[in-house]
Design a protein around this ligand. Structure first.
Ligand SMILES: Cc1cc2nc3c(=O)[nH]c(=O)nc-3n(C[C@H](O)[C@H](O)[C@H](O)COP(=O)(O)OP(=O)(O)OC[C@H]3O[C@@H](n4cnc5c(N)ncnc54)[C@H](O)[C@@H]3O)c2cc1C
Length: 294
């Protein structure tokens, strides 16, 4: 199929974007890397009157350190994150996750902000920002606001972004020396969207884990943390007994509250099983000493 007819504007600044969003409302779409939007236009899942190309807006670009945060601009591509020395040093979880996103050609064009704004529950970045406790920076004509990742993803493909708003960056707390992270996912083929994935972060407090944050992708309508399972690791070394208890708790937690969504080829029961496999793999990596994660 071909896309419907629409007007196309190459935005020169954010002010112009806000004006157009105000003028066209829900009939406008922002174009960043186009890796999702163009497919939805071609399949006529989206029929806007105007497409606003934001890809040359300087305030949405670049990766830099700012007051203890790593600021990653919305237009930073998946490849730029994968190859950034700043990301490798200060937010290594993102470097671990990046190669799992699609294929190189898509990673070269697809953007950090586009992925977060689109909020596909099987995408890698939403789970990572949740695990990292990042803040999403949103701008509108009225000003800028920061939304914690835990409040940004609302439901399937739905976020805290309101009418007239643009995602400017997502800011990640700079990694502490005593922190560890791990990322694992299961997909049928490398480059496919994950069936299930897990981003994990923690800190070492002596020989014990602290501040454990586990965020799943592919098991719900949004990226999901599993607080009851996380709590079992708090203040403990993740030995075989702790891992076995966490495995039991995870299955209960997913069954009772989160209810993994089945997709065309994977039942909820299979997703729960894969989630448990990933829990063990990720926690075993977190159990490595700080500094051993890349
Ligand atoms: C074959 C294929 C496989 C893929 N596999 C994966 C995968 O395994 N994992 C994964 O995570 N992704 C995958 N993707 C999606 C890819 O990562 C996209 O790049 C990403 O989802 C959207 O980023 P984009 O820059 O291309 O956004 P666009 O397509 O330009 O925009 C997507 C949506 O976000 C909105 N938007 C974009 N930027 C902003 C902004 N700054 N503020 C507010 N709204 C904005 C747009 O209006 C649009 O509605 C795949 C895509 C394809 C085509």
């Amino acid at each position: 199929m071909k896309a419907p007819l629409f007007d196309f504007v190459t935005a020169e600044n954010l002010h112009q974007v806000f004006e157009l969003l105000e003028q066209y409302g829900d009939d406008a779409r922002l174009l960043a890397g186009g890796q999702t939007l163009l497919a939805t236009l071609n399949m006529r899942l989206s029929e806007p009157s105007v497409v606003i190309d934001i890809s040359s807006l300087a305030p949405l670009k670049g990766i830099r350190l700012e007051d203890g945060w790593l600021r990653i601009g919305a237009l930073v591509t998946h490849t730029e994150i994968e190859e950034s020395p700043l990301v490798a040093r200060h937010a290594p979880l993102l470097r671990l996750a990046a190669p799992h996103i699609a294929h190189r050609a898509i990673r070269n064009r697809g953007t950090w902000g586009g992925s977060l704004a689109f909020a596909d529950p099987a995408a890698e970045w939403p789970a990572c920002v949740l695990a990292l406790d990042a803040q999403i920076v949103i701008a509108a004509r009225s000003g800028v606001r920061r939304v914690p990742a835990s409040e940004f993803f609302r439901s399937l493909y739905s976020t805290a972004l309101g009418p007239g708003e643009v995602l400017v960056s997502a800011d990640v707390p700079v990694r502490r020396e005593d922190s560890v992270c791990a990322f694992e996912e299961l997909a049928r083929r490398h480059g496919d969207y994950a069936i299930v994935g897990l981003a994990g972060c923690a800190r070492w407090d002596g020989a014990r884990l602290a501040d454990v944050r586990l965020a799943y992708l592919g098991v719900g309508t949004t990226p999901l943390r599993v607080p009851r399972t996380e709590a079992l690791f708090e203040g403990r070394f993740p030995d075989a007994a702790v891992l076995a208890a966490a495995d039991r708790e995870l299955r209960l937690e997913l069954a009772g509250h989160l209810e993994p969504i089945a997709d065309l080829t994977n039942s909820a029961a299979m997703k729960r099983q894969l989630a448990a496999v990933l829990l063990r793999r990720v926690v075993e990596q977190l159990a490595a000493l700080p500094g051993e994660t890349p």
